[in-house]
Design a protein around this ligand. Structure first.
Ligand SMILES: Nc1ncnc2c1ncn2[C@@H]1O[C@H](COP(=O)(O)OP(=O)(O)O)[C@@H](O)[C@H]1O
Ligand code: SF4
Ligand SMILES: [Mg+2]
Length: 315
């Protein structure tokens, strides 16, 4: 349903481009929840923004997206205008920052319906109320007319979700959708996302730095480090036996109730370490050998459905 080929995102400066997404290949099928996990600065949000044509103006991008039997070129952002909000929905981490404080929250939904589906204003407002009800933003008739400051963080995130799904997109991109919320509200939002995927057979690309969220929701996961997809595996296989040294450390750095020692990733961001040659994880990897410093590893197939980008995977 959605196929990404050699996505690159970079920022020009000091006479060169610093690539923060360095040639990603992946796909997501109808009804699939694809997780993307990785530490802060690994390129997850830039991937989400590229997929929705919303990269910052100073960013440069390359590569292709195949979607709805059409090819979209990441160099041509205007191609996304007709599909963003209609065929591809985006849910961001910060609902407060994404909702206009001067407008009633219902407007985020009814404007999308008028713009993409040519609804009349009256019909769009009725539909906004229906969607608010379905997502538990109650009482819906009152809520659509309220302003962002009158809603809790959890309700604001539901409004963002309502705006993202009101045109029934085939693909939803959710970038840290629950990071700012408390655990109970987080579970409710994840459940709503999951129901949408099931009901509409949509593909959900769920981005999180939290492996717990990914494990709960996704069947397959991409692990990102320094702008590179270093591992692509089913969630089950990834947790059972991580093959990339970075994934191994990422799993070990998650707090767990059955372990009283908290492992942490060695300091230093992967992106800062990403040179032109060699492995992005080389300066933090305990398994590093000479080849890792001079030759960039490629994502290679280990077993069906499992890929890893390392010269010396942990098999
Ligand atoms: N406007 C920008 N100019 C230059 N670098 C940027 C800009 N925005 C993000 N970056 C860099 O891109 C890298 C990836 O960022 P991001 O995708 O937001 O990471 P993540 O979402 O995984 O935490 C980071 O190293 C960040 O510093
Ligand atoms: S390629 Fe080398 S440095 Fe990179 S993760 Fe694999 S073993 Fe470590
Ligand atoms: Mg991010």
């Amino acid at each position: 349903m959605l196929e990404i080929r050699e996505l690159k995102v970079g920022f020009p400066g000091q006479g060169k481009i610093t690539w923060v997404v360095r040639g990603s290949f992946f796909s997501a099928a109808a009804g699939e929840v694809l997780g993307i996990v990785g530490e802060s600065g690994s390129g997850k949000s830039m991937t989400a923004l590229a997929l929705t044509g919303l990269l910052p103006p100073e960013a440069v991008a390359a590569g292709k997206m195949i979607f709805l039997q059409q090819t979209f070129n990441f160099t041509k952002r205007e191609q996304w205008q007709k599909i963003r909000g209609r065929e591809i929905g985006l849910v961001l981490q910060d609902p407060a920052g994404s909702l206009n404080p001067l407008y009633p929250v219902g407007r985020a939904v009814w404007e999308a319906l008028c713009y993409h589906l040519n609804y009349s204003e009256k019909k769009a407002k009725q539909e906004a109320e229906r969607i608010f009800s379905a997502l538990g933003i109650l009482p819906a008739a009152k809520r659509v007319r309220q302003y962002p400051h009158q809603l809790s963080g959890g309700l604001k995130q539901r409004v963002m979700l309502a705006a993202a799904i009101c045109c029934r997109p085939k693909v939803l991109i959710a970038d840290e959708p629950t990071t700012a919320l408390d655990v109970t509200v987080q579970a409710q939002i994840l459940k709503l996302l999951y129901s949408y995927v099931e009901e509409q057979r949509a593909a959900l690309v769920l981005i999180s730095h939290d492996l717990g969220v990914i494990a709960q929701m996704a069947a397959r996961v991409l692990v990102m480090c320094g702008g590179v997809i270093v591992e692509d595996a089913s969630v089950y296989e990834l947790f059972r036996q991580p093959l990339h040294p970075y994934t191994q450390l990422l799993l070990a750095s998650q707090p767990r109730l059955d372990r009283n020692m908290l492992h942490t990733l060695p300091p230093g961001t992967a992106a800062a370490a990403a040179g032109e040659e060699g492995c992005v994880f080389a300066n933090r990897c305990q398994y590093r050998r000479q080849k890792c410093l001079t030759e960039e590893p490629r994502l290679k197939i280990m077993t069906p459905g499992r890929k890893v980008c390392c010269h010396y995977p942990l098999v």
